[in-house]
Design a protein around this ligand. Sequence first.
Ligand code: NAD
Length: 251
Amino acid sequence: MSEPTPTVDAAAVRAAAERLRAARRVLVVTGAGISAESGVPTFRGPGGLWRDFRPEELATPEAFERDPHLVWEWYDWRRQRLVPVRPNAAHEALVRLESAAPEMLIATQNVDGLHGVAGSRRVLELHGSIWTVRCVGCREARDDRRAPLPELPPRCACGGLLRPGVVWFGEALPQDVLYESFAAARQAEVVLVIGTSSVVYPAAALPETARAHGAFVIEVNPEATSLTAMADVSLRGTAVACVPALTGAAA
Ligand code: NAD
């Protein structure tokens, strides 16, 4: 039997949209859930499986050291799956919101690049990008959108091994990105949190920080999360069902 479709409380949408309309400084925090309706599987939901491995066992520096070919097979597979993927109505609604709230910033945990493809301009990629490769030797990073890659594992012109330009479990987030996103959290009037299980830190601390500094917290997620209890409005629906409704009224 399929799950019943969650209903979204219209009064809650209106209240949240009203807050968004009045705000200049908006921080949007997104996770894998915003891309789910574009066809990108989340890690923790169903359909996110790859062979018999768990992401936590492949997305680590130790896994790469042990078997760079296996790790690259997984990333190459994910890159190939992303090639035909398009931003959805939620990504597009955030582009409209940005034009209405010029100080808006998106801090995304996603590595798929879909906010940029949609046209959002101020995007901080907390966990890097799956389209970036970085040399473990000379450390040079560059974009490489070829999928599949012609050679696995790929190599740098200097001869060093290239790695995916993403942040792995156990690694630190880029300092500049972290600094800017927490500064935005401290200043935000509204924080809109879309499609994240709010279990991966430090990203999960952004809404907490914003709330501690007085921000109004809006959550969009079909399921309750650890953030739900502290949200001012928690919309129990999908990104595509809720975000255009929120920003349509806000723009
Ligand atoms: P997660 O997989 O832990 O959680 C996804 C959340 O999205 C869940 O709370 C789920 O209820 C919600 N969700 C599912 N479908 C949704 C929908 N249609 N609309 C709104 N919400 C929906 O993801 P996370 O919190 O982002 O953390 C996982 C880590 O995995 C991140 O670090 C991220 O870098 C990485 N990841 C990225 C991608 C991507 O780039 N698209 C995909 C999978 C995982």
